[in-house]
Design a protein around this ligand. Structure first.
Ligand code: HEC
Length: 124
């Protein structure tokens, strides 16, 4: 399947407003829903949509914001000895953005989505 970059970007931009409206946002005062959706989208490839994936990549949805933030800051400062990729990823964000991402994922109910539960069941 061949798709030009332009088409891919147009598709992504088309989907973002939809994502934004579905996402509960704690960080609304600092970042717009659109900005939050864009930043959090960078995590979905590995952590699953809304950070709910469980398995070799740890679930981040619904974990306490303070824990997530501490982990992200530790990754960024190379203080997490278990880091494989997160150290490099966390460096791409400001401390403020990492705090907002922590708040964003902590506000998501890891079990609310039926599709997620079905997926989990299928893995057993
Ligand atoms: C390339 C895949 C990948 C991407 C993209 C990614 N992560 Fe991760 N994440 C991991 C892996 C793997 C770990 C386990 C630690 C490690 O190996 O670095 C992890 C661990 C974490 C942890 C620690 C969880 C715990 O249980 O302590 C947090 C928090 C986290 N990621 C948040 C994020 C956020 C926020 C983003 C988006 C900005 C993101 N991750 C993007 C793969 C990824």
């Amino acid at each position: 399947m061949k798709r030009t970059l332009h088409e891919a970007i147009a598709m992504l931009l088309g989907v973002l407003p939809l994502l934004g409206s579905a996402i509960p946002s704690l960080a609304e005062d600092t970042f717009s829903t659109e900005q939050m959706a864009l930043m959090a989208g960078a995590c979905a490839n590995c952590h699953g949509t809304d950070g709910r994936l469980a398995g070799s990549v740890p679930t981040i949805a619904g974990r306490p914001a303070a824990v997530l933030e501490a982990r992200l800051l530790a990754f960024k400062r190379d203080e997490a000895s278990d880091a494989t990729v997160m150290n490099r990823i966390a460096k791409g964000f400001s401390d403020e953005e990492l705090a907002a991402l922590a708040g964003h994922f902590s506000a998501i109910d890891p079990q609310a989505d039926e599709a997620w539960e079905t997926e989990q069941g299928a893995q057993e």
